[in-house]
Design a protein around this ligand. Structure first.
Ligand SMILES: NC(=O)c1ccc[n+]([C@@H]2O[C@H](COP(=O)([O-])OP(=O)(O)OC[C@H]3O[C@@H](n4cnc5c(N)ncnc54)[C@H](OP(=O)(O)O)[C@@H]3O)[C@@H](O)[C@H]2O)c1
Length: 274
């Protein structure tokens, strides 16, 4: 089975469109991106967010910051009732503490689920928002009715945006979770043992079919550019011949993008229906 993110993104997108239409008497949901670098990859990412916002009828805005003014801008956005979602683009300005920046965002506007408050609430099972990519993996698994109860899951990658929050979401689904990273010994054994492996490493085609047991399921979170083409952390051609695996491109990334949009709409609804 090939796990297709485009199909799921379309289903989630249809529900977003319906919700935006249902809420139109309240106003228009809005997202503001706080930008401190205008390099090519940031611009590509911002353009894709803007395109999605336009598609779903969400107001999109960008503000540029260049140093300490990032804090006053976040304060202003927190206080502005017409701003529902705030996204801080990485990297933050040189010399600025990213943790301090994220800590300032109001958790109800933290549509990426990156603030310490939302991550702490995730630990307790009740965040306003969950990191979009981790949530996207869970929604893909649910869409394809992949059972998690009692399953052995190995996550390779322990970032705060993907591996760590995903480990909590999978624990909530009664999976037994092993989280691996660059210092893990005998990684291949941990992957071979797993019913489900999530690859979130950032190393192109690191995992070929020889890594996995015969009936394993593989979710590829990786997005890597090789010779101008996007490839995952999994060697799709080798693995898809034997196992169920998600596509890259057209997999987790597509679902992640619409979950961000859904979070913005939910943030607006939370304010409007309070
Ligand atoms: N699909 C999406 O929507 C989406 C969203 C976000 C990211 N991504 C992609 O997902 C990948 C991971 O992103 P990220 O932000 O989580 O990356 P990250 O912050 O760089 O984390 C990478 C993780 O992989 C681990 N790692 C690196 N090399 C390893 C190795 N040889 N063996 C085992 N573990 C290794 C690192 O270990 P240490 O902690 O020990 O350094 C770290 O925990 C990237 O390709 C990124 O582009 C996709």
């Amino acid at each position: 089975m090939i796990l297709d993110g485009i199909e799921i993104a379309k289903k989630i997108g249809d529900l977003i469109e319906k919700k935006v239409a249902d809420l139109k008497n309240f106003g228009v949901p809005s997202l503001t991106c706080v930008v401190s670098s205008d390099d090519k990859s940031t611009r590509v990412y911002l353009n894709s967010i803007k395109k999605n916002c336009d598609k779903f009828g969400i107001n999109y805005a960008e503000i540029s910051v260049n140093g300490e003014n990032i804090f006053s801008e976040i304060e202003r956005l927190n206080a502005d009732r017409s701003v529902h979602g705030i996204m801080i683009m990485h990297p933050v300005p040189k010399g600025i503490d990213e943790f301090k920046v994220l800590s300032m965002i109001h958790p109800e506007k933290d549509v990426e689920g990156r603030t310490p408050e939302n991550l702490g609430m995730l630990l307790m099972g009740k965040p306003y928002f969950t990191p979009c990519t981790a949530q996207a993996v869970i929604e893909m698994l649910k869409y394809y009715e992949i059972p998690l109860f009692g399953k052995e899951v190995t996550i390779v990658g322990r970032s705060t945006t993907v591996g760590k929050p995903l480990s909590l979401l999978l624990l909530n689904e009664d999976a037994t979770v092993t989280v691996c990273h660059s210092k893990t010994r005998d990684l291949i054994d941990k992957v071979k043992h797993a019913d489900l492996t999530i690859a979130a490493v950032g190393k192109p085609k690191m995992f070929d079919a020889s890594w996995f047991k015969d009936d394993a399921i593989v979710i590829d979170v990786g997005i890597n550019v090789v010779d101008g083409k996007i490839v995952g952390d999994v060697d799709f051609d080798s693995v898809s011949k034997k196992l169920s695996v998600s596509k890259v491109p057209g997999g987790v990334g597509n679902v992640t993008s619409v979950i961000l949009m859904r979070n913005v709409v939910n943030a607006a609804e939370m304010v409007w229906k309070r």
